[in-house]
Ligand binder design. Structure first.
Ligand SMILES: [Zn+2]
Length: 164
């Protein structure tokens, strides 16, 4: 017989005392044992679950800590590298606001076609470069539009641009 003891009572003695008990006593003890076992299982389950959560959060926290430290070190070494090498940081370029196509268009052609180039007292056609005649300038200033006598390019003007 293997010497198994329950709460320091020898197993044989325990079984003997159990057998001599009346049937309702046995059922009561069995029910108690089942209840204790169930409680123990539930307790173990929650303990394991808690332990698992603890381990999970510890690992997660460690991961974020390592990731954060890694990023910090990366940034520090990167800054140091650019500081030593004297190269411009590529990150600075991306920081600048992206230029919208509208702004690009305006930047490329700030003066629309058929507008005037004004050089001191002379006005030239943007299409062919012919100097404007006095009649053309007069027509332009009076009507706000004229046609080039050389190439026939239509010209729009506002009074400010042809202030003579
Ligand atoms: Zn012209």
């Amino acid at each position: 017989m293997i010497d198994v003891s329950v709460f320091s009572i020898p197993w044989e003695e325990f079984v003997n005392s159990f057998v001599v008990l009346p049937i309702y006593g046995q059922i009561l003890i069995l029910a108690g044992v089942i209840a204790i076992l169930t409680l123990a299982i539930v307790l173990v389950y929650y303990i394991l679950k808690g332990a698992a959560y603890l381990v999970y959060y510890i690992l997660k926290g460690t991961y974020y800590l390592i990731a954060g430290l890694g990023l910090l070190f990366y940034k520090a070494f990167r800054a140091l590298y650019y500081e030593i090498s004297g190269r411009p940081k590529p990150g600075n370029v991306s920081v600048q606001q992206p230029v919208t196509p509208q702004i690009v268009q305006q930047a490329e052609s700030p003066i629309p076609k058929s507008h005037l180039h004004i050089q001191s007292d002379a006005v030239f056609c943007t299409e062919c470069g012919t100097k404007y005649t006095d009649l053309m300038i007069k027509t332009l200033s009076n009507k706000g539009s004229a046609f080039c006598v050389h190439c026939g390019n239509g010209l729009q003007a506002n009074p400010i641009e042809i202030a003579m």
